[in-house]
Design a protein around this ligand. Structure first.
Ligand code: SAH
Ligand code: F3S
Length: 435
């Protein structure tokens, strides 16, 4: 069979990027750069906020004309919006051929043959797909970083979040499978693996815990660096902190979403920790791993959030001084408890917008200051590819997950080199190769 040309448009988180690479392999296709040349076009969607949802619909809408010109082209929707709306998408979008939920990716070949042979418009959103982790991701030749999924779904049920409804309960992947996938990738030239899971550090299997996974991965020859995302604060254990401290390959960065600095709001969100507990966890991490960079996620304007609550969040931001943060206005998601709260609780959009601006302005200052403070220091950088900042320049990331650009030959791609920081910018650093 001639291999199919596949074009995938990806929205959302790292898990979706990873899933898009699995979809590429599941259809056994050849990736192409434009939808015009493709036999199969798939939009892999995100449902985390209302805006993401809208993007998915406009993403699909724009293929109407292409499909009219190329009726044999197969157009599908995958990801969280596919799971959320299921067959309603087929009614709403007449030029759509199939709907595929995030857990059903291994069923994709079957779906494609049902379309080609039986002219069906299949919807596959079941959760109990036994082969859940079976399809490994496509890997682009020459890429030195890769994701490896260690977990699907989420068991936490934060009151605002749609993830548990569209990705199901937490299922952890067996350790041997994780290691086999990582080893294969290293064999293809990968030097840095990022373990991904919605609450990656809650991973457990046969009595083993996340810290044991970090240690086991560190034994892979040829693997230089290990990252992981996203950590759930309550699941930070001593065993995990000890592994971060002992294992040199583990990068000095953790993404640790706090969501709010107000105990009242944290309780409403069902986050299971207090601000004091979070601060103490940050301290334990920093005591064990000096120079650890911590980034976070914040939601402003959760229903009922007062000025005082927001002030508590700003206070926490000032106390911790996160390396970077992703902040969002609360967006009600269908079926989540927070979407059903009384209208009176809604924070006016202008108020939420003003809070978001204040928080982001503060973060911008801190991030810039932290980058400037690195000037004169030497950082280890894994070179990932050519830099956009001039000829003979390369780009990579520091252990702290900062982008670094510096002069150097393309032959450095895949090596960890030492870079002396000469300039700190708002989102990156510049430097010189040091020997
Ligand atoms: N554990 C996940 C978190 C998924 S959502 C992960 O791997 O990233 C990413 C972030 O989106 C959350 O940390 C939260 O800050 C934000 N978010 C989730 N639901 C939201 C909602 N309904 N409105 C606004 N932001 C939301
Ligand atoms: Fe969402 Fe909370 Fe899980 S933010 S992904 S329900 S940890």
């Amino acid at each position: 069979m001639q291999s199919k040309l596949v074009y995938i448009e990806t929205y959302g988180c790292q898990m979706n990027e990873y899933d898009s690479d699995r979809i590429r392999n599941a259809v056994g296709g050849m990736p192409v750069d434009t939808p015009e040349e493709a036999d199969i076009v798939i939009v892999n969607t995100c449902a985390i906020r209302d805006k993401a949802d809208q993007k998915a619909f406009s993403g699909l809408g724009k293929y109407k004309h292409l499909k009219a010109r190329k009726p044999d082209m197969i157009l599908g929707v995958a990801g969280c919006v596919a799971q959320l709306y299921g067959d309603r998408l087929l009614q709403k979008i007449p030029h759509l051929d199939f709907v595929l939920g995030p857990r059903a990716i291994p069923r994709l070949p079957d779906l494609i043959s049902r379309i080609e042979q039986a002219k069906e418009r299949p919807v596959e959103t079941s959760y109990d797909v036994e082969e859940l982790f079976e399809v490994e991701p496509y890997h682009r030749e020459g890429k030195v970083t890769a994701f490896v999924s260690v977990q699907q779904g989420c068991n936490k049920k934060c009151s605002y979040c749609i993830v548990p409804y569209v990705r199901g309960d937490e299922v952890n992947r067996p350790l041997p499978e994780i290691l086999r996938e990582a080893e294969n990738l290293v064999g293809k030239g990968v030097r840095e693996i990022t373990f991904v899971g919605q609450t990656v550090n809650s991973w457990t299997e046969n009595g083993r815990k996340f810290g044991d996974l970090l240690r086991a991965a560190a034994d892979i020859d040829g693997l230089e660096r290990i990252r992981f995302t996203t950590s759930y604060p309550r699941d930070i254990t001593k065993r995990m902190i000890d592994a971060m401290k002992d294992v040199d390959k583990v990068c000095r960065h953790i993404h640790l979403p706090v969501q709010s600095g107000s105990n009242r709001v944290l309780a409403l969100m069902k986050r299971t920790y207090t601000r004091e507990w979070f601060s103490d966890t940050v301290k334990r991490l920093k005591d064990a791993v000096p120079d650890l960079a911590i980034s976070t996620d914040i939601i402003v304007g959760y229903p009922g959030e007062t000025d005082r609550d927001f002030e508590d969040t700003m206070d926490l931001m000032r106390e911790v001084e996160f390396e970077s943060s992703f902040s969002f206005k609360f967006s009600p998601r269908p079926g989540t408890p927070a979407a059903g709260l009384p209208k009176e609780e809604t924070v006016p959009d202008e108020t939420a917008g003003a809070r978001l601006m204040e928080l982001q302005a503060f973060q911008k200052e801190v991030t810039l200051r932290k980058n400037v403070e690195r000037v004169g220091k030497t950082e280890e950088v894994l070179v990932e590819g050519p830099s956009k900042h001039g000829p003979e320049s390369v780009s990579g990331r520091t252990s702290h997950n900062r982008i670094a650009n510096f002069k150097g030959p393309a032959s450095l791609v895949g090596s960890v080199v030492r870079v002396r920081v000469s300039e700190g910018l708002s989102n990156s650093i510049r430097g010189e190769l040091s020997v």
